[in-house]
Design a protein around this ligand. Structure first.
Ligand code: PHE
Length: 350
């Protein structure tokens, strides 16, 4: 019996030395401890032994079973660790590899201008309102004192959808909407930034562009109020030293009408290529709300007065960011948009 045990021990030691995988270890387990395993077989002839002998053999068998078991468990542990280490070594992360760049979005230059315009007018107590781009002829023209056949309609290059519907050519349509919506005929102070459409396209004109409309209706509003408002607005958008001048003009929905120039912010008014040597840049159309427009909107022109203005938003973006072609603002080319990351925001002309 003792000899058998010694044989098992030596054979187990040599088996354990040569085993390299958990799979092989499973087979060893069966070889020693399985139903027909070497250790199990030690006690196969128990029934032929005397009680004394059984005790003796049982004791030895248990000891060797325990020893084999613990050696196998140790080996199993060892192999598992080795497997894990091998895996970790193989899967090691190379921290010197450059990482993938995460693309950050940034605010579109057009939206930055819109937000600045909104901030300014909200601080002056205006509401920011919205209107549809698919508009009626009524709101876009007739209620603004541009009846059918009016020659000034020609200047607007309209995209008509059918007899009555069109793509609005100017945010002035929202003037008409606001006056009608205001049933109580209380004072109005609103701006409406939005997209407008005209059949026109080159480096400075796009078939789609942005405008912001402003409308104030109250009692005793004068041209001086308009001028003061637009002066502050121009300084906010183009810098503190900006000067503003009014030139007489014509719009069917305002009387008197003016065109508004700002002193050239590139040369400070001395004359350069941007202002075509005049020192001034035209940015805005405005005027006192025409009595016909007030009347059609339900306001008595004997009681109510008002001013309106409209300006292109794209030009402000082009000026501020030195964008040479208006179409860059709408083609959503990522190479263009990427130039406006957060750093640029700090460098904006304010
Ligand atoms: N709607 C005019 C345009 O598109 C601008 C304007 C608005 C002029 C309001 C006067 C008053 O050119």
């Amino acid at each position: 019996m003792k000899e058998k045990v010694e044989v098992i021990k030596t054979s187990l030691d040599s088996d354990l030395n040569s085993v390299t995988s958990l799979n092989d270890l499973g087979q060893l387990k069966a070889k020693y401890l399985g139903k027909k395993g070497l250790v199990t077989l030690l006690t196969s002839n128990m029934k032929d032994l005397s009680i004394e002998e059984r005790k003796e053999v049982g004791k030895i068998a248990n000891e060797i079973r325990e020893e084999v078991n613990s050696k196998l468990t140790n080996k199993e542990e060892e192999l598992k660790n080795k497997e894990l280490n091998d895996k970790l070594e193989k899967e090691s992360i190379d921290i010197s590899l450059p990482s993938k760049k995460i693309k950050r979005g940034s605010r579109h230059p057009f939206n930055r201008i819109v937000e600045d315009v909104e901030d300014f007018f909200v601080s002056m107590g205006y509401d920011v309102v919205d209107g549809p781009e698919l508009e009626t002829d009524e709101n876009c023209f007739r209620l603004l004192n541009l009846p059918d056949g009016h020659p000034a309609r020609d200047t607007q290059d309209t995209f008509y959808i059918d007899e009555e519907y069109l793509l609005r050519t100017q945010t002035s349509s929202v003037q008409a909407r606001e006056m009608q919506a205001n049933k109580e005929k209380t004072p109005i102070r609103m701006i409406c930034p939005g997209k407008v459409y005209r059949r026109d396209e080159d480096a400075t004109h796009s078939h789609q562009f942005g405008q912001v409309e402003g409308l104030v209706i109250d009692k005793n509003i004068s041209l001086a109020d308009l001028k003061g408002t637009l002066e502050l607005f121009a300084k906010k958008m183009l810098g503190e030293n900006t000067k503003v001048r009014f030139r007489p003009s014509y719009f069917p929905f305002t009387e008197p009408s003016v065109e508004v120039d700002v002193s050239c912010f590139k040369c400070g008014g001395k004359g350069c290529s941007l202002c075509k040597q005049t020192g001034w840049i035209e940015v805005l159309g405005a005027g006192m709300v025409h009595p016909n427009v007030l009347r059609m909107g339900g306001y008595d022109p004997e009681v109510w007065t008002g001013f309106a203005f409209g300006t292109g938003l794209d030009r402000f973006a082009m000026f501020r960011y030195a964008i040479p072609d208006i179409r860059y603002l709408y083609t959503n080319d990522i190479r263009f948009l990427e130039q406006f990351d957060r750093k640029d925001e700090e460098n904006e002309i304010k």
